[in-house]
Design a protein around this ligand. Structure first.
Ligand code: NI
Ligand code: MN
Length: 226
């Protein structure tokens, strides 16, 4: 039993879990790092971490074409429900068993205003338990000490931003790996624009020098099986 994580570019991912395609923060249109287009992606579920345009950009078109269920915090779920999408609202600290696995929303240190100025509630990270594996998608966040509590879950994979400026940079992301102690880590949310340009290979070397975690630098479109 395994889960395939695919980086679709920037902060957009796919988890293939059993027969389900779970898309996280679909942002393909205007995404310079997108490895595919919104017309080519299949989705059974769409998870949304927060309200910023580079995370919600293609939710509506993808959900309308595929009929996928949109799962997010209550505020964002309600905003999409008003647009006619099927939604499921949760909130920080709350878990729910979905057909693809168990999803808990975790805290994130970030903003969440929606593109039209609506209140997007609090930003979230995503903790997923499925196929006997645990995956933590930090999504957009700064470093916070409670990552240690998330690490106590026993993580097979952590997906962490390293771009700096909007989220953790490389040094704080290395501290995050030390708190989370995942078996594997993948860096994301970098090199999309010059403002968040980073040397991911150098970061991966630091991770493997200072922790027991295996770091995987993917290209957009690249996958890792856990
Ligand atoms: Ni953001
Ligand atoms: Mn972002």
């Amino acid at each position: 039993m395994s889960i395939t994580y695919t980086w679709l570019g920037h902060g957009t991912y796919r988890l293939s879990i059993g027969g389900f395609s779970v898309i996280i923060d679909p942002y393909f249109t205007d995404n310079p790092a997108a490895s595919t287009t919104v017309d080519q992606v299949s989705a059974d579920f769409i998870l949304v971490s927060h309200g910023h345009g580079d995370h919600v950009g293609d939710v509506e078109s993808l959900a309308k074409r595929t009929g996928a269920l949109v799962i997010s915090n209550h505020e964002i779920a309600s905003w999409f429900e008003a647009k006619g999408l099927k939604t499921h609202g949760q909130h920080i600290g709350g878990g729910h068993q979905h057909p693809f696995g168990h999803l808990k929303l975790t805290m994130a240190e970030h903003g969440s205003k929606l593109p039209d100025g609506s209140n997007g509630g609090n930003p979230a990270g995503l903790l997923i338990a499925a196929e006997g594996k645990k995956i933590y998608l930090a999504c957009d966040t700064g470093l916070f000490g409670d990552m240690q509590l998330i690490g106590e879950e026993g993580l097979d994979l952590a997906v962490l931003p390293i771009g700096d400026n909007y989220t953790m940079g490389p040094e704080d992301a290395l501290k995050a790996v030390k708190l989370l102690e995942p078996k594997h880590v993948v860096p994301v949310h970098y090199n999309t624009w010059d403002l968040i340009k980073q040397d991911a290979q150098a970061w991966a070397q630091q991770v493997e020098k200072h922790t027991k975690t295996k770091a995987h630098v993917l290209q957009p479109g690249g996958s890792l099986e856990v």
